[in-house]
Design a protein around this ligand. Structure first.
Ligand code: UGA
Ligand code: MN
Length: 323
C-alpha cells in the first residue's frame, strides 16, 4: 500500500512542479527597463492643491493593464505627443548636456525626442547614448555648411529644419495624431511643469524664459488673456520678441504650413524665432501659458567652456574613456 502511494506521488510530482513553475512565470512582473522610471513623485500639485499625474503610464500602467477587461466609464482622450527637437554638436560637454536633458525628458509622458546632430554622420557617442537613454527617439544628422559656422550667425538652422522635415514626412499620409512641437536646445534647463503647460497648445503657445537677453527673464506681456507686447531687453521691435525656448507649436500647425522653415537668407542675427513664427501665426493668436506668462519654467542656461589646459599630449591614459 505504502509503495503504491509512493509511486503515485513520484509520478505526480513532476507535473505539480511544472504547474507551479508555469503559474510563477505567468505572474512574474516584466523585467525592469534599463532606465528605471521616475525616482521622484510622479505627481505635481495643481493650482487647487489636487495631485495630478505628471506622466501617464508607469507606475500606473500595470494597474491599468490588470483592469483592462473592466469597461471604463470615460475613456481618456489620447495624450498629445510632445516632440522635442534638439540640435546638438560635438564638444567636450556634449554628453553631459545630453545626459541632463534625457534625465528631464524621461520624466515626461509621451515625449518623442528628435535629436539632430550638426555633423556629416551620426556619431558613435550620440548613437550609444540614445540606445541607453530609455526614450522614444529619432536620431538625425545634418552638417552646418562651413560658411555659416561663424560667430554672430544663427546656430542650428539646418538641424531644426531637418527635424521639421522628419515630422512632416512621418505624418504625411496619416491624419495627424495630436502633437506638440518645441525646440529644446541641449544646454537649457527645463522644469517638468513646462511640459504640462505646453501639452495643451492648440496652435502656438508662449511663456517666459529665464536668464536670457541680458535680463533675469523675458516674457510676453499679457492683457485679458492675450499677448499685447514683450518684456525684453533686446530689440523689442521684433514681431515676436521671444527666445527659441519660449514657445511651442501644435503638430497640426506644422503640417498645415508645410513651407514654414528657419531661414538663413535674409534673416538677421537673433531674428530666427521671429522669422519662423511670422510664417505660422499672429501675435493675437498666441496662447499664453505659465499663469499668463508670469512664471519662469525654462532657463536659457549656458554651460561654461570647459578648461582642458592640462590634457596630456603624450603619456596618455592607458585606457580610452568616453566622456
Ligand atoms: C541662442 C538661442 O537660445 C538659440 O535657440 C539660437 O539657436 C542661438 O542663440 C543662435 O544664435 O542661433 P545660444 O545659447 O547662444 O542660444 O546658442 P547655443 O546653445 O550655443 O546653440 C543653440 C543650439 O544649437 C544648441 O542645442 C546647440 O547644441 C546647437 N548648435 C550650436 C549646433 O547644433 N551647432 C553649432 O555649431 C552650435
Ligand atoms: Mn544655449
Amino acid at each position: 500500500m505504502k509503495s503504491v502511494l509512493f509511486s503515485r506521488f513520484f509520478i505526480l510530482l513532476p507535473w505539480i512542479l511544472i504547474v507551479i513553475i508555469m503559474l510563477d512565470v505567468d505572474t512574474r512582473r516584466p523585467a525592469l527597463p534599463l532606465t528605471p522610471r521616475p525616482y521622484f513623485s510622479p505627481y505635481a500639485v495643481s493650482r487647487g492643491g489636487a495631485r495630478v499625474p505628471l506622466r501617464r503610464g508607469s507606475p500606473g500602467r500595470d494597474a491599468a493593464k490588470r483592469n483592462e477587461s473592466r469597461p471604463r466609464p470615460h475613456p481618456e482622450p489620447p495624450l498629445p505627443t510632445i516632440y522635442a527637437i534638439t540640435p546638438t554638436y560635438s564638444r567636450p560637454v556634449q554628453k553631459a548636456e545630453l545626459t541632463r536633458l534625457a534625465n528631464t525628458f524621461r520624466q515626461v509622458a509621451q515625449l518623442h525626442w528628435i535629436l539632430v546632430e550638426d555633423a556629416v554622420a551620426r556619431s558613435e557617442l550620440v548613437s550609444r547614448f540614445l540606445a541607453r537613454a530609455g526614450l522614444p527617439n529619432t536620431h538625425l544628422h545634418v552638417p552646418t555648411p562651413r560658411r555659416y559656422k561663424r560667430p554672430g550667425l544663427p546656430r542650428a538652422t539646418e538641424q531644426r529644419n531637418a527635424g521639421l522635415a522628419w515630422l512632416r514626412q512621418r505624418h504625411q499620409h496619416q491624419r495627424a495624431q495630436p502633437g506638440v512641437l518645441f525646440f529644446a536646445d541641449d544646454d537649457n534647463t527645463y522644469s517638468l511643469e513646462l511640459f504640462q503647460e505646453m501639452r495643451t497648445t492648440r496652435k502656438v503657445s508662449v511663456w517666459p524664459v529665464g536668464l536670457v537677453g541680458g535680463r533675469r527673464y523675458e516674457r510676453p506681456l499679457v492683457e485679458n488673456g492675450k499677448v499685447v507686447g514683450w518684456y525684453t531687453g533686446w530689440r523689442a521691435d521684433r514681431p515676436f520678441a521671444i527666445d527659441m525656448a519660449g514657445f511651442a507649436v501644435s503638430l497640426q500647425v506644422i503640417l498645415s504650413n508645410p513651407k514654414a522653415v528657419f531661414k538663413r537668407r535674409g534673416s538677421q542675427p537673433g531674428m530666427q524665432e521671429s522669422d519662423f513664427l511670422k510664417q505660422i501665426t499672429t501675435v493675437e493668436e498666441l496662447e499664453p501659458k505659465a499663469s499668463n506668462c508670469t512664471k519662469v519654467l525654462v532657463w536659457h542656461t549656458r554651460t561654461e567652456k570647459v578648461n582642458l589646459a592640462n590634457e596630456p599630449k603624450y603619456l596618455l591614459d592607458t585606457v580610452k574613456i568616453e566622456v
